[in-house]
Design a protein around this ligand. Sequence first.
Ligand code: NAD
Ligand code: TYD
Length: 350
Amino acid sequence: MQTILITGGAGFIGSHLTRLFVTKYPEYKIINLDALTYAGNLANLADIEDKPNYYFVKGNITDMPLLQNIFEEHRVTGVLHCAAESHVDRSITDPLAFVKTNVVGTATLLQVAKQSWNNDFDNKIFYHISTDEVYGSLGGEGFFYETTAYDPRSPYSASKASSDHFVRAFYHTYGLPVKISNCSNNYGPYHFPEKLIPLSINNILHNKPLPIYGKGENIRDWLFVEDHVKAIDIIFHKGKIGETYNIGGHNEWTNIDLIKELCRQMDLKLGRPHGTSAQLITFVKDRAGHDLRYAIDATKLKNELGWEPSLQFEEGLSKTIDWYLNNKEWLNNVVSGHYAAYYDEQYHKR
Ligand code: NAD
Ligand code: TYD
């Protein structure tokens, strides 16, 4: 019997991962530990909250006594560590919040796993979910490989890089059985509308400007979130201890081309004349230290474990838009309250 602690399970990727594990592995006990920050939302898990193998604990990954209790009471055998502060713009405004959760929180979780497992590492796994942003910024050519030297450039990516280093240090120093994956930009249902795609969908629905940083020439490699969590499932069960796996979509878009495609699809779905949504595109002041390009080489994952993305981007984007159009109540709830204050603060200074 496996007991898996998922941290940050009420967030975007965490909720997809929790749903996958709870439904695919009814024999596993799944504990979701989440502090329910602005990004955590139990509505993301409403369809599985009554499953007998699912448990929710509200709490912080920096709270060592709480973590110790969870490990002891539930005899945790695996960790899927998703909890993080995840938004680059917020990291520019408040870097220390990222140090607390991403660095101190991860180190606390590692320490509790090490103490609780007490050198009995058989059938234990500490899986750390990380980002391609730790590798820095690419020029026009080349890819991020698992061997690419770390070169984080935002407070967010620096905090994630630091957490990755702690995970590897616990492997090399104490033999903790760790796995790490570094994934490219995700998109899909339940994505918090501070990030580019859901923010733009929400703004198109409300005929508000679509803020494009700089000239919109920055490039991201987009992956449908369900493909990401399928990769995590495969790595968790079949990946090698101590290894790192890059996960990516081989799907590079400049921000401006992506938003034009989004506008095209939204016009069609909303029955608006072609070109209506694109008129909302507004170029605004660039993000400080804005990384130019991310692109993942996921050959290792394909060759060793057979994973490949299942969806073409246009199809994944269409599914994503449909989900937001069919879940306006979710969207409206998320953008009420503190969201308006965040939006004003973030976009009125640009
Ligand atoms: P998110 O911001 O949507 O969710 C983060 C979750 O963690 C929220 O539920 C939040 O309440 C919880 N949380 C935050 N601080 C916490 C704390 N101190 N204690 C307990 N819970 C806390 O993030 P996401 O986009 O789902 O990202 C999940 C993970 O995947 C992160 O580690 C992120 O770095 C990584 N990642 C994200 C992407 C992406 O495109 N979103 C890509 C690659 C990797
Ligand atoms: P984001 O979704 O914040 O992800 P990340 O910074 O982690 O890649 O941003 C994706 C890209 O879109 C990034 O190049 C910044 C840009 N962007 C905008 O142009 N406007 C926006 O309002 C936001 C949120 C992002």
